[in-house]
Ligand binder design. Structure first.
Ligand SMILES: [Zn+2]
Length: 425
């Protein structure tokens, strides 16, 4: 099949590499949320040169926003020559901490054969660069098109998206009146369409005791033993119940097709000594113990059922176990999101994968969440998927990389998607 747009994209290989490298070389670490102004500036300069109207939006007052670390977002829009739908590509610009174990410069963006290395290469500056190349190639090939193309670079996805897509959705930028199709180029592999994600519920549980001398624990009440009873109840009742609940969501990896819970942290008694302190502990019965739980749930479960299941276990312990008392504090909640398999953006990208890569698209859902939750729940925009280059398992790892060929292939899929959605009327 003749594919002039595909050839145009293939010819932009060097440009794609340079753009990806330039993005990686800006260390947009979150936390603290550094360099958002610099990355937005790069995107603005680039996209204005391609005829996009750019708006910079600071998410003032959102978590972490300060004059030192302002939460800047960029939305770029290029209108066509006639009315039609708006296709929006949304990428987060932040990256997670570097961590240990790197053999490459994490912000060097070294090109080695077909790979570009760096923190954020895969998650998700490679996807952002691919969507820009796809849009620019489309505009070069089809100056007369219907509707509009939008590209956004948004803050704070890695810390929940409150200073990014959530803020923009609250301001109306993701309303179905102004945007009709959303592609989030997260690294889900170039032949997979991600329809949505599981929900999450985070809480801190504290058990209480009574301080006493450690040589006479019977005169106090050990909060750590009370927490032990909580953990035992989780092992005997909660974990088996969660394992028995499976979802129809096509979550990958398969282990996440059931309800899961991680215990993030546990702490009881005296605080940890600083590294430079080598004294001995005092002998005390701990009067407080805290855990943080990370409960991931399925679209078939309700958030209220998830929290009340844990509270019912704690109340049961309170009824049965002498002197047991607890407090629970919700830290955050994220509702699941799932786009219909027959939504227009899903069927269009699936056809583009078939036409461009010669294979059937796989449909998946994500075990964790990403910014789709805000587009769905706040923006009320249901026609949204994640589709982008990169290997999901490389995200947040040392020596993270993005494949140049994968970026080009997914840019061709994105370009074909634009042709289908914006040339037809
Ligand atoms: Zn990401």
């Amino acid at each position: 099949m003749s594919d002039p747009l595909g050839h145009r994209i293939a010819d932009l290989r060097e440009d794609l590499i340079a753009l990806t490298q330039a993005l990686i070389r800006i260390p947009t670490l979150n936390p603290p949320g550094a360099e958002y102004a610099a990355v937005c500036d790069l995107l603005k300069t680039r996209l204005e040169a391609s005829g996009f109207a750019c708006t910079l939006i600071r998410a003032t007052g959102t978590p972490g926003d300060s004059d030192r670390y302002p939460r800047w977002n960029l939305i770029a829009r290029r209108d066509g020559t006639r009315p039609g739908p708006c296709v929006h590509f949304n990428s987060h610009t932040d990256v997670v901490e570097v961590g240990q174990g790197w053999t490459r410069d994490p912000f060097g963006a070294e090109l080695d054969d077909d790979r570009i290395y760096g923190r954020g290469a895969c998650d998700m500056k490679g996807g952002l660069a691919a969507s820009i190349i796809a849009a620019e190639a489309f505009l070069g090939q089809h100056p007369d098109f219907a509707g509009a193309i939008e590209i956004s670079g948004t803050a704070d996805e890695e810390s929940g998206g409150y200073g990014g897509v959530a803020y923009l959705a609250e301001q109306g930028w993701f309303s179905p009146q102004r945007v009709q199709h959303v592609i989030i180029p997260e690294p889900l592999n170039k032949d997979r369409i991600c329809l949505g994600h599981r929900g999450g519920w985070w809480a801190e549980i504290e058990t209480r005791g009574e301080i006493a001398h450690g040589s006479m624990p019977f005169l106090g009440d050990c909060a750590v033993r009370h927490m032990g009873a909580v953990l035992q109840a989780f092992e005997e009742r909660l974990f088996p119940a969660m394992a028995a609940r499976t979802t129809d969501m096509p979550v990958v990896p398969e282990g996440a097709r059931q309800s899961t819970m991680n215990i993030n942290a546990i702490h009881g008694g005296q605080p940890e000594n600083p590294p430079d302190f080598d004294g001995l502990p005092a002998h005390c019965v701990p009067d407080s113990c805290r855990i943080v739980i990370d409960r991931r749930f399925l679209i078939e479960e309700g958030i209220d059922a998830v929290s009340s299941e844990v509270i019912a276990l704690l109340d049961d312990l309170k009824a049965r176990r002498p002197n047991f008392d607890y407090e629970i504090r919700e830290l955050n909640r994220v509702l699941p999101s799932m786009t219909d398999r027959d939504a227009p953006i899903v069927t269009t990208v699936a056809q583009a994968i078939r036409d461009t890569l010669g294979q059937e698209a796989a449909f998946v859902a994500s075990p964790g969440s990403y910014d789709q939750k805000h587009i769905d729940r706040i923006g009320k925009l249901k026609n949204c998927i994640a589709y982008g280059p990169g290997i999901l398992e490389l995200a947040h790892k040392p020596d993270e990389w993005i494949g140049v060929t994968d970026m080009l292939d997914s840019a061709r899929v994105m370009g074909r998607t634009l042709e289908t959605l914006l040339l037809n009327d």
